[in-house]
Ligand binder design. Structure first.
Ligand code: ADP
Ligand code: DP6
Length: 332
């Protein structure tokens, strides 16, 4: 049998209503539904080769062969497809992150969406996007949403079968996001560990759940009405509430750094001066600013008064996953 190849590009997404906590850690079922914006600026390209002549899986990230503890995660993920579709043979996975890895900039989201898309293509499975999002979910929860572009909801569902992504709106209005890279080193505490500790120990967690469901319903309304101010206000409030749950954990923790707070203050002062810009942060010190696309360049100039220009990345709204040809892959 010959080799089978699939190549896929998936973009990262930034949650505006956060996913923070699992009700089932094996199936990656979340405690609450979440909603994100897919980003054009950051993505992962992944090539999967099913090779009958190989007996063990291998994984290369950014041209570097990965250690067994990283390859194990890939094997566990591909095993889901092997079991459900009786696929045979080991795989070689080659991936390139056009996003810093494990720094709170959602590399795991684009990574597992790209991997799911590449397996789908390599093995000619023809899995439709909604079902594919349930596979992506099993690699990393946030990857569920990276299957689609624009605004995407991850519905928490009632079981593994219906905990999936649903595209809400293509976000083809005056929207952009600025990523302020405060620190792109690998974080000390993964999102997975951070959310687990929060669920287990934070007395604020039940309040987070109630409040996140309410925020989600209101945000969906704001999106429907293209009400940017409401969208921004809910985004900022929801992100802050997620971070508050961590301060209540035992032991308490925070992903923030002094420069994160400096960035938050700067954005608030820009808002006072009439700009529509709102903060969200994930499991890392980096600050994401939801803003109007038409104001992005001006906001960048303002941010450059306090931060280096290399720290400031402007992003358009990103698309859904797509297959890449061998030529596109070689040209990368
Ligand atoms: P982030 O904030 O970047 O999503 P996480 O700690 O949630 O950070 O996830 C990072 C992990 O995702 C990495 O340690 C690695 O296991 C996995 N990962 C990142 N990029 C890739 C990739 N391109 N292919 C496969 N797995 C990846
Ligand atoms: C703060 O999806 O990285 O970015 O499911 O354990 O892989 P695992 O966690 P992950 O967590 C993302 C947390 C977040 C919020 C979000 O993206 O919704």
């Amino acid at each position: 049998m010959s080799k089978q190849i699939g190549i896929c590009r998936a973009h990262t997404n930034i949650a505006l209503i956060k996913y923070w906590g699992k009700r089932d850690e094996v199936l990656f079922l979340p405690m609450n539904s979440s909603l994100s914006l897919t980003l054009a600026a950051f993505y992962t390209d992944t090539k999967v080769t099913f090779d009958p002549s190989q007996t063990i899986d291998s994984f290369f990230l950014n041209n570097k062969k990965q250690a067994p503890q990283e390859t194990i995660k890939i094997t566990a993920f591909i095993d889901l497809f092997r079991q459900n579709y009786s696929l045979k043979g080991a795989v070689k996975v080659e991936s390139h992150n056009h996003v810093p890895t494990a720094a709170g900039l959602a590399s795991s989201a684009s990574a597992f969406a790209a991997l799911a898309g590449a397996v789908n293509q390599a093995a000619h499975l023809n899995i439709e996007p909604t079902l594919l999002s349930t596979y992506a979910r099993r690699g990393s929860g946030s990857a569920t949403r990276s299957i689609f572009g624009g605004f995407v909801e991850w519905q928490k569902g009632t079981s593994s079968a219906d905990s999936c992504a649903v595209p809400i709106d293509d976000a083809d209005w005056d929207i952009g996001m600025i990523i302020l890279a405060i620190n792109t080193q690998k974080k000390e505490l993964s999102s997975r560990a951070g959310m687990k500790l929060t669920v287990a120990t934070s007395p604020f967690y039940p309040a987070w759940i109630t409040s996140a469901e309410k925020d989600l319903a209101e945000m969906k309304q704001a999106i429907q009405q293209q009400d940017f101010q409401k969208l921004g206000e809910i985004t900022e409030a929801n992100g802050m509430k997620m971070h508050a749950t961590m301060l209540g954990a035992n032991p308490p923790f925070s992903y923030w750094e002094p420069d994160s707070i400096r960035a938050i203050k700067k954005v608030k002062s820009l808002r006072k001066n009439g700009f529509m810009c709102y903060i969200t942060m994930d499991a890392g010190p980096n600050v994401k600013i939801l803003c109007k696309h038409s104001e992005m360049k001006f906001l960048k100039k303002e941010l450059e008064k306090e931060f280096a220009s290399e720290q400031i990345i402007l992003s358009d709204v990103g698309p859904a996953i797509r297959s890449l040809s061998e030529k596109e892959w070689l040209d990368l």
